[in-house]
Write a protein that binds this ligand. Structure first.
Ligand code: AMP
Ligand code: ZN
Length: 472
């Protein structure tokens, strides 16, 4: 398989450190709010990568952190702690917020068929590991204490900006914009490994350390958690492209200074989901969640399909129109699969199966080209072979793509067109108005009609064939 490696800026043949085994690390969510569908784009694409590596025969061990401490409102280490901000917003404790949004994250993952990584570790469980790494960095002269905090000294590195060929000035502009200068730093890109209470008096979670009571910086947690579960080397590190700098750059700086050797070979970065007004982000408050899509009648798997239709290294523009197109294409695909005979007694044609598989693997071997892999599904449907072979190929490919193809088709086959309870021109008129409102994306009006009917004891049921109703 060829994968684009952000470290070398080119596509490289993927060769893990140990034959047949892959150690994979993923930056997990900061659990101060719901994940937005942009975050989930990254996790969907990483999920396909993991599943494809398993499909290709590798034993994968994948680790993910849960950021429940240390991520400040600016990636440059200033501002409030995001967790504390979430707790204040909702008048809850930081731990309650962390638990609630961790559960919500995995609920979303389940709906999107994103497999739970083998190890999921909250940062607050690994404080001892972080302290040990920081101690060694201090001993080796890679870190210093200033104003009560421990900083990583980026001037000690021969090469700090590993992911890009930008000069220092270009990069620093982006960082400086939102960051007030921290007078304790010896170099502008130095970052905090450990904060003490001297700087953040209101931090909710604090731990004792050789440098005083405090809490870890954000970057150290991914190095610490990765090493705790995967040891001193790593095959693939994943994350959204916004994490490349400073987060991943800092992870590499501290991990390799601590270990004294190269740490991770391949860096897999998923590009952003954008709206027409820019990157979808939690901090601007303008974000869409899986639950919101469901409320609007979308199957979360249609969103997964939407993501798979484009390459992970291209920005993807979200609009309801684009999602509608993907949902319609997904529905049509499932319809075609539902038209196959699940009881076809023919034997699977091994020769055809090989040919179909070859197209599928060729697509994914080429830097995880998921849109071509989706095209391979249509090739299956068009192939000159029996239904048993087609269904076997679709089931096989879906272990990677995770589109529920066979179960959704089964459901369609079983679904007899439901009749409404009775003919009622008043209700049918309202349903027609609601369908028109939905078509115009007038969600407020569609919701108002749903509520109006509900107040009269009538429930609307959205089905792929249109809205039905029943008396409650
Ligand atoms: P966070 O919860 O903010 O730590 O982010 C979780 C993951 O989502 C990280 O890998 C981010 O790089 C990624 N991410 C954030 N915003 C977007 C976006 N708009 N599109 C795709 N991935 C994103
Ligand atoms: Zn990370």
């Amino acid at each position: 398989m060829y994968l684009y490696n952000s470290l070398s800026h080119k596509k490289e043949l993927f060769v893990p450190n140990r034959p047949g085994e892959v150690k994979m690390y993923t930056c997990g969510p900061t659990v101060y709010h719901y994940a937005h569908i942009g975050n989930l784009r990254s996790y969907i694409m990483e999920d396909v990568l993991e599943k494809y590596l398993r499909y290709a025969g590798y034993a994968v061990k994948r680790v993910m952190n849960i950021t429940d401490v240390g991520h400040l409102t600016s990636d440059g280490d200033t501002g409030e702690d995001k967790m504390l901000k979430g707790a204040k917003r909702e008048h809850k404790s930081v731990m309650d917020i962390a638990q609630f949004y961790t559960d919500a994250f995995f609920d979303d993952c389940r709906k999107l068929n994103i497999k739970r990584p083998d190890v999921v570790e909250p940062a607050t469980h690994c404080i001892g590991e972080f302290i040990r790494i920081i101690q060694r960095l201090l001993e080796r002269g890679y870190a210093y204490e200033a104003g009560g905090n421990i900083y990583f000294d980026t001037s000690k590195l021969d090469r700090y900006y590993v992911f890009n060929d930008f000069n220092e000035e270009d990069l620093a502009v982006g960082v400086r914009e939102s960051v007030e200068e921290d007078a304790n730093k010896r170099n502008k890109n130095d970052f905090v490994l450990w904060f003490t209470k001297s700087k953040f008096e209101d931090q909710a979670l604090k731990w004792d350390s050789p440098w005083g009571v405090g809490y870890p910086g954000w970057h150290i947690e991914c190095s610490g958690i990765s090493m705790k579960h995967l040891g001193e080397d790593l095959d693939i590190h994943c994350g959204g492209i916004d994490n490349a700098f400073p987060h991943h750059t800092n992870e590499i700086a501290q991990s390799e200074s601590y270990l004294g050797h190269k740490w991770c070979n391949y860096w897999f970065h998923v590009h952003h989901l954008n709206t027409n007004s820019g990157k979808m982000s939690k901090s601007t408050g303008e974000f869409l969640t899986v639950s919101l899509l469901e409320e609007k009648g979308y199957d979360p798997i249609a969103y997964r399909f939407f993501c798979l239709q484009s390459h992970y290294r291209k920005n993807l523009i979200f609009s309801y129109e684009n999602l509608d197109n993907a949902a319609a294409a997904y529905n049509k695909l499932v319809d075609k699969i539902a038209a196959l005979d699940p009881d076809d007694p023919s034997a699977v044609d091994a020769g055809i199966m090989e040919q179909l598989k070859a197209r599928f693997t060729k697509a994914l071997d080429a830097d995880l080209n998921t849109s071509l892999a989706v095209t391979a599904l249509y090739d299956v449907l068009k192939a000159k072979t029996n239904d048993a072979t087609k269904l076997a190929a679709l089931a096989d490919f879906d272990t990677v793509l995770g589109l529920n193809l066979l179960s959704a088709a089964d459901k369609k086959r079983r679904q007899k067109p439901q009749e409404n309870e009775e003919h009622d021109p008043y209700i049918e008129e309202l349903l027609a108005q609601r369908a028109a409102a939905k078509k115009e994306k007038n969600w407020a009006e569609a919701d108002r009609i749903r509520d109006e009917l509900k107040a009269q004891g009538i429930e609307i049921i959205d089905t792929p064939q249109g809205a039905r109703w029943k008396r409650l």
